[in-house]
Design a binder for this molecule. Structure first.
Ligand SMILES: NC(=O)C1=CN([C@@H]2O[C@H](COP(=O)(O)OP(=O)(O)OC[C@H]3O[C@@H](n4cnc5c(N)ncnc54)[C@H](OP(=O)(O)O)[C@@H]3O)[C@@H](O)[C@H]2O)C=CC1
Ligand SMILES: CC(=O)N[C@@H](CCC(=O)OP(=O)(O)O)C(=O)O
Length: 348
């Protein structure tokens, strides 16, 4: 059994991890932590664990925890992980960081967009890998520190990756219009996520300034083989979970939609968690809710010669906890789907 710790288990991403890890046949959850709930039982905070869990919250002491487990999931706000993870810790236990500290390889880009100092450049440069399983699975197993991708980012990159190196797209024309459910903002209190503030309303936020922009750009640039700059506009919608990303790319040649389908089919032929939908069908967040799938729909607007790719994920599963478990499966040589077989919950 893989001995696991979840640091930040009181948050939404941490809670989804605990739920998935309890259903994982190869995992034994040894430690859960939070700063504010030490010694409190998990099932007194989250009633879905009554009769299922005897865990109680412990202190966030990663130096101590790493001696007792094989892997530590960090489900903490960005800016924390790079100040608590060390070379010594990763020599004892593998780390999957659900936050952003190790996602962007260029330190100055990270510090500019996150408006914070990075805590450990050496770990960033030498020891971490971007854990988008569909793109990096061959290399993830060689690393001890995995940067689990962002939720908007996962959905956007998976929607666009197959065509990024093609000569028939205008690489300067990318626009991603994305929507997120409110759990994307986490559990901590904030006026903008109060029921009355976000229910029955929809808004764009952090327009032209969202921190996921450079993360998406870096990964797409690697595939494109040139620097990609794009427009990314996130929206908050009054639903609990789900990301929908509608991606627009101008085409520079006349391409038949069947040829685009063939490119996507070939690219994702070995990817269980990517579901390419049939022509004319576009993803809906309700069909991925609670599952680790990323659904993708492909459309060609022949009037404007624009490719419109729509992606959907559950932000807490493929966008966070599910992807983290998928990464753990890769690290420990398990089938990637182990513990992640859930079909989406509908209706919710
Ligand atoms: N929600 C989502 O859809 C997604 C979230 N993520 C990322 O996962 C991470 C966790 O997000 P989420 O669960 O939503 O956030 P929450 O706000 O719901 O939870 C944050 C957790 O971190 C702990 N925490 C808060 N501040 C600190 C601190 N300064 N030092 C140590 N622990 C702290 C909290 O517990 P306590 O205060 O008791 O210590 C809590 O357990 C973030 O980096 C987030 O960006 C990634 C993808 C999707
Ligand atoms: C709705 C909402 O507020 N979403 C969050 C992003 C969600 C997230 O989890 O960001 P990471 O994946 O980088 O951790 C935001 O816009 O900042």
């Amino acid at each position: 059994m893989i001995k696991v710790a979840v640091v930040g288990a009181s948050g939404y991403a941490g809670q989804e991890l605990i739920r998935l890890l309890y259903q994982h046949p190869n995992v034994d959850i040894k430690v859960i932590t939070s700063r504010s709930n030490i010694n409190e039982r998990y099932d007194s905070m989250y009633g879905n664990y009554i009769k299922r869990s005897n865990l109680t919250f412990e202190v966030n002491d990663v130096d101590k925890i790493c001696k007792d487990v094989d892997i530590i999931f960090l489900a903490l706000p960005h800016g924390v992980a790079s100040n608590i993870v060390t070379k010594d810790i990763i020599s004892k236990a593998k780390i999957i960081d659900l936050g952003a500290d190790f996602r962007i390889s260029d330190l100055s880009i990270y510090e500019n967009w996150y408006n914070t100092k990075h805590g450990n450049e050496t770990l960033l440069k030498e020891d971490s890998i971007y854990g988008l399983c569909e793109l990096n699975r061959e290399n993830i197993g060689k690393y001890k520190l995995i940067a689990n991708p962002g939720c908007y980012t996962t959905c956007s990159i998976l929607s666009l990756a197959p065509i990024m190196d093609k000569s028939f797209i205008d690489k300067k024309s990318l626009i991603i219009d994305a929507k997120s459910g409110v759990t994307g903002a986490g559990r901590s209190l904030d006026i903008s996520t109060h029921f009355t503030e976000c229910n029955e309303s929809i808004k764009a936020y952090k327009v032209a300034s969202h921190r996921h922009t450079p993360e998406i750009e870096e990964q797409l640039s690697v595939i494109a083989g040139e620097d990609i700059h794009l427009i990314f506009t996130p929206h908050l919608v009054p639903m609990n979970r789900g990301i929908l990303a509608t991606c627009y790319i101008r085409l520079t040649e006349d391409i038949h939609i069947d040829d685009i389908y063939n490119i996507y089919r070939e690219f994702y032929k070995d990817d269980y968690f990517v579901r390419l939908l049939n022509k004319g069908i576009n993803p809906e967040t309700k069909w991925v809710k609670g599952s680790n799938y990323c659904d993708i729909g492909i459309n060609l607007d022949s009037r404007t010669n624009t490719l419109i790719v729509v992606g959907a994920i559950d932000n807490l599963i493929k966008g966070a906890a599910g992807q983290a478990v998928q990464n753990m499966n890769i690290l420990f040589g398990l089938d990637e789907t182990t513990g992640l077989e859930d079909i989406a919950i509908f209706p919710v």
